[in-house]
Design a protein around this ligand. Structure first.
Ligand SMILES: [Zn+2]
Length: 401
């Protein structure tokens, strides 16, 4: 009852949603709103809300709700947690139409998502690739084979950056269970392993990163739809303002890159001091780098070719930051390793991402009347029966499984 007084009842809130989203677009040009609906009685222009909740949820989780401002400026990797929607891929196509390339979609192995990606003919390199959440692959693997040792090996195989180490772990899985090995062999290696990814994932193996937006949505579940939309918009504005303030601090500290890249580059630079190097080809700026593990045990040799921006340890390709071996070779050839950090870590890129300003939505008196009516279908509302999970947190894909 108190919820109804503050946020309105479900039925009226659903009717209000098209008006609110229209106002959002009106005051924030560039905002994308797509409707998926079940038409019940087109003669009266009424639509039954069937998928709009899913649409809204996906929209918010994948930043479509924030329109072109977010899609065109955020990092190249997008994440998809739960649910299936062609809308998401539509948004990526919109993004591509605006000249955006190099998008990596990380999702579970849901057949609907795979089918939607397949039907999206433009979603191929260099425009985009589809990758699987490694955590999800391991979960499916364990459901099938029910063995924690094998599950751990599965994670190690997927997260390893070097092909030789991946092959070694796969042989270990094969020696323990041929069936488990064959199950993994049936999945495209480029879709679930860091070693075969080719650098698309930017070092991100799971959909965990998508949960950063969960903080924005926390507490919004179970409210009437328009209240969810209003709350999400307000919190997103706050989210952007916080990060813009952080970028100002980083600039004041004369940081070249975001905190993550700065930490990785510095750590690898310190490690590079311990390496020894043999220079080979001047034109390719190639070299072999020998590393020793702490304590003096174990020796590894890595081949680096600066001209190709690659080290056979795989980390440079994956993270876009010269690894310790590459930094050692750069120093030997008098090359500035810092200049080869990918520009998406650049502090100005980060600042530009969050510099987009949003305009407040005026009061309801100024909202336009949409050209259609949205009707609530009570049969699709989630019940609030006793014992049902009342958490305010947004669940991730693992929990929906
Ligand atoms: Zn390396």
């Amino acid at each position: 009852m108190a919820c109804d007084m503050v946020y309105g009842i479900w039925e009226s809130s659903i009717q209000k949603l098209p008006k609110y989203l229209g106002a959002l677009q009106k005051y924030n040009p560039g905002t994308i709103v797509e409707w998926q609906h079940k038409a019940r009685d087109t003669s009266t222009g009424a639509y039954v809300i069937g998928y709009s909740l899913l649409l809204l949820q996906l929209s918010m989780k994948n930043h479509i709700y924030l329109g072109s401002g977010f899609l065109n400026n955020s990092a190249d990797t997008l994440y998809e947690g739960d649910g299936v929607s062609a809308l998401f891929l539509t948004a990526m196509l919109v993004s591509q139409e605006r000249g955006r390339r190099g998008i990596c979609l990380i999702s579970d192995r849901h057949a609907g998502i795979t089918r939607a990606v397949r039907e999206c003919l433009n979603f191929v390199p260099p425009n985009g690739v589809h990758r699987y959440c490694l955590r999800r692959v391991c979960s499916n693997f364990n459901s099938k084979h029910k063995n924690v040792v094998l599950k751990d090996l599965c994670w190690r195989a997927g997260s390893e950056y070097q092909i030789r180490k991946f092959n070694r772990i796969m042989e270990e899985i094969k020696s323990q269970s041929l069936e488990a090995f064959q199950w993994l062999e049936r999945i495209d290696k480029e879709k679930w392993t860091a070693s075969h990814d080719g650098g698309w994932r930017c070092g991100i193996l799971t959909t965990n990163m998508s949960e950063c937006i969960n903080g924005v949505l926390k507490g919004a579940r179970r409210l009437p739809l328009t209240a969810i939309a209003e709350m999400t918009f307000q919190r997103s504005v706050h989210y952007f303002r916080e990060r813009l303030a952080r970028s100002t601090v980083m600039l004041a500290n004369n940081q070249l890159w975001t905190d993550f890249a700065y930490k990785m580059f510095t750590c690898w630079h310190q490690n590079s001091v311990e390496h020894t190097i043999t220079k080979y080809h001047q034109f390719q700026q190639s070299a072999s780098v020998v590393t020793r593990r702490p304590g003096g045990h174990g020796v590894n040799t890595h081949v680096v070719k600066i001209a190709n921006r690659e080290c056979y340890c795989g980390k440079w390709t994956q993270f876009g930051i010269p690894c310790s071996h590459a930094q050692k070779v750069c120093a030997a050839y008098m090359i500035n390793a810092a200049s080869m950090v990918k520009d998406y870590y650049d502090i100005m890129t980060y600042k530009n991402t969050y510099s987009k300003s949003f305009e407040p939505v005026h009061s309801e008196d100024y909202w336009d009347v949409p050209g259609f009516e949205l009707v609530h279908d009570p049969t699709i509302r989630i019940s609030s029966r006793p014992g049902r999970n009342q958490t305010t947190r947004i669940h991730n894909d693992m929990e929906w499984a």
